[in-house]
Write a protein that binds this ligand. Structure first.
Ligand code: MG
Length: 203
């Protein structure tokens, strides 16, 4: 399986990092080894002094697809959740400045937290879905899928033009504003609407 992550999909987050709104969808990959397994903590890697949390809606692909027409994208996923796209911001800034790929900043071990999945049938409107990240019981990030520049069905169609999607693949759909540094002993909790889908400690 593979993890595909969308970059720059919420205007307020694009502004906070002083980036430009993209004309086209930006994506990058994380390997399977980036996943933090259930009940495990997140360990701050020793190569970064500035690991940021990015809470994101995560879609699980349920069957293979290539060149998926956007009007059929809805048939390619049954479940979604929220997760964290951990980012070594110091390393990413340097890589961006030098024009290099982002993997060292984005694809490292432990860089993908994935919540418990919810069936999409239990969600009233996928394009009006509220989610949030609590750090030490305080809301640090909150977002709503209505503010996505590129919507879920558009993303699935677009990515499948380049990469065949397979059952079990995950798509991180971009983070809203409020990204910030995590510190040792922080407790991070992810919510979809009022339902907690993960709780993880930083070590
Ligand atoms: Mg992200």
């Amino acid at each position: 399986m593979k993890i595909i992550c969308i970059g720059r999909n919420y205007p307020a987050h694009i502004s906070e990092l002083k980036n430009i709104i993209p004309n086209d969808i930006i994506f990058f990959l994380k390997p399977e080894t980036s996943i933090v397994h259930k009940k495990q903590p997140f360990f701050i890697p020793d190569f970064s002094n500035n690991i940021h949390h990015e809470i994101e809606v995560v879609i699980k692909i349920n069957k293979s697809g290539k060149h998926i027409n956007e009007k059929f994208s809805y048939n390619y996923y049954n479940e979604l959740t929220v997760g964290i796209d951990f980012t070594a911001r110091d390393i990413q800034q340097q890589l961006k400045q030098d024009g290099y790929p982002w993997e060292k900043a984005k694809a490292f071990d432990g860089s993908a937290v994935i919540g418990t999945f919810i069936n999409k049938e239990n969600i009233a409107d996928l394009n009006n879905l509220y989610f949030k990240l609590l750090v030490n019981s305080k809301i640090k990030q909150s977002g709503n899928t209505k503010n996505m520049i590129f919507k879920i069905d558009n993303i699935i169609s677009y990515v499948s033009k380049y990469i065949t999607l397979k059952k079990g693949d995950l798509i991180f759909t971009g983070t809203p504003s409020g990204v910030d540094k995590v510190n040792k002993n922080d407790i991070l909790e992810g919510y979809i609407e009022d339902k907690q889908v993960f709780k993880i400690r930083v070590k």
